[in-house]
Ligand binder design. Structure first.
Ligand code: DQA
Length: 163
C-alpha cells in the first residue's frame, strides 16, 4: 500500500513525489553489448531514459540502481523503506536463481514489486526456470525485452495512482 504523501502538520507543504525504484542486478550494466541475441541492443541508459520520461509525464520520480554486488542491492532494497519508495521494479539478473538474501530484503521492507526479465527464462536452461522472487511479486514479466520494463512501469503507475 502506498504511504501517505502529505505532511500531517501542514497542508501548505507540497506533497512528496511518488517514487518508483528500478533495481538491476549483475551484468545488466553490459546491456547493449552483452549477448545481444538474447538481451537485445538497448542499453541500460536507454531503458532508464525511456522510463524516466514516461514517469515524469505522470509527475512520478523513477530512480534506477544497478549493481554487480548482492550486498549493495540488499542495502538499496533496505533503504527503500526509509526513502518512501512506493513501488519497486526489479530484474535481479543472475541473483534471480540464487538469492534468498535479496528475497528476504524485499519481504522485510514490504514494498510491492514487479519482477522483470528481458529474456524468457522459462525457455532457457533449466537452472533459470526457478526464481526466488516470483511468488512474492505482484507480477512477473519475462521475454518482452526492454519493453518489459515499460510494461512494468505502466503497471506500477496504475498502482501508485490508486491511492
Ligand atoms: C535475466 C535472466 C537471468 O537468467 C540472467 O542471469 C540475467 C538476465 C533477464 O533479464 O533475462 O542476467 O534476468
Amino acid at each position: 500500500m502506498t504511504r501517505s504523501k502529505r505532511s500531517k502538520d501542514s497542508d501548505a507543504e507540497p506533497p512528496e513525489p511518488t517514487r518508483i525504484l528500478v533495481l538491476h542486478g549483475p551484468n545488466l550494466n553490459l546491456l547493449g553489448t552483452r549477448e545481444p541475441e538474447i538481451y537485445g541492443r538497448t542499453t541500460l541508459a536507454d531503458i532508464h531514459a525511456a522510463m524516466d520520461a514516461r514517469a515524469r509525464a505522470d509527475g512520478v520520480v523513477v530512480e534506477s540502481f544497478q549493481s554487480n554486488h548482492e550486498g549493495q542491492l540488499i542495502d538499496r532494497i533496505q533503504a527503500s523503506a526509509t526513502e518512501n519508495v512506493d513501488f519497486v521494479i526489479i530484474n535481479p539478473a543472475g541473483y534471480t536463481h540464487t538469492s534468498v538474501a535479496m528475497r528476504d530484503a524485499l519481504a522485510a521492507v514490504e514494498v510491492p514489486y514487479v519482477e522483470v526479465h528481458l529474456s524468457n527464462i522459462h525457455a532457457r536452461e533449466p537452472f533459470r526456470h526457478h526464481s526466488y522472487f516470483s511468488d512474492r511479486a505482484a507480477g512477473v514479466i519475462c521475454g518482452l525485452g526492454a519493453y518489459g520494463y515499460m510494461a512494468a512501469l505502466e503497471f506500477a503507475l496504475s498502482q501508485v495512482r490508486k491511492t
